[in-house]
Write a protein that binds this ligand. Structure first.
Ligand SMILES: [Zn+2]
Ligand SMILES: [Zn+2]
Length: 142
């Protein structure tokens, strides 16, 4: 956990202030994340109660249980979040300087990664099957 940290999108129209940003980054190779983010999608959790957002946020409901948000001015990805009050934000780490100081700890859908690149390191790798087992309701529909 950190103290208050401030982040912003590429153009600066969206500002995000977080108290209690997780120091753990997750990476995802699921098909939805790849299409949305252009490749590996990184996320870092931020508590709903500690997160303040201002600016022209656009939201796309990407599945029955989750939404994805971006800046309406510059298109920067902002977050993936489960629908419902109180759900934490899974923010894009690049909004913050030095990714908020967080480190990669988990790679989800690791067995679905394209053949052409890979993440180095000894972080935990979770297969699509294991992820589905651990999360009975998952966003992935394919
Ligand atoms: Zn922007
Ligand atoms: Zn994903």
């Amino acid at each position: 956990m950190t103290d208050t940290i401030e982040g912003r999108c590429l153009c600066g129209a969206v500002r995000i202030t977080v108290r209690g940003l997780s120091q753990e980054i997750s990476a995802c190779h699921c098909e939805m994340c790849m299409r949305w983010g252009g490749g590996i999608q990184f996320g870092v959790d931020a508590p709903a109660g500690g997160t303040e957002v201002s600016g022209p946020v656009e939201v796309y409901r990407s599945s029955a249980i989750a939404e994805r948000a971006w800046c309406g001015e510059c298109g920067s990805a902002l977050w993936l979040r489960d629908i419902g009050d109180g759900a934490p934000y899974e923010l894009v780490p690049g909004l913050f300087p030095n990714a908020g100081g967080a480190r990669l700890v988990r790679e989800v859908y690791a067995d679905r990664a394209p053949e052409g690149y890979a993440l180095a390191g000894d972080h935990r790798r979770v297969s699509a099957a294991d992820y589905a087992r651990e999360n009975p309701v998952v966003e992935e529909t394919e």
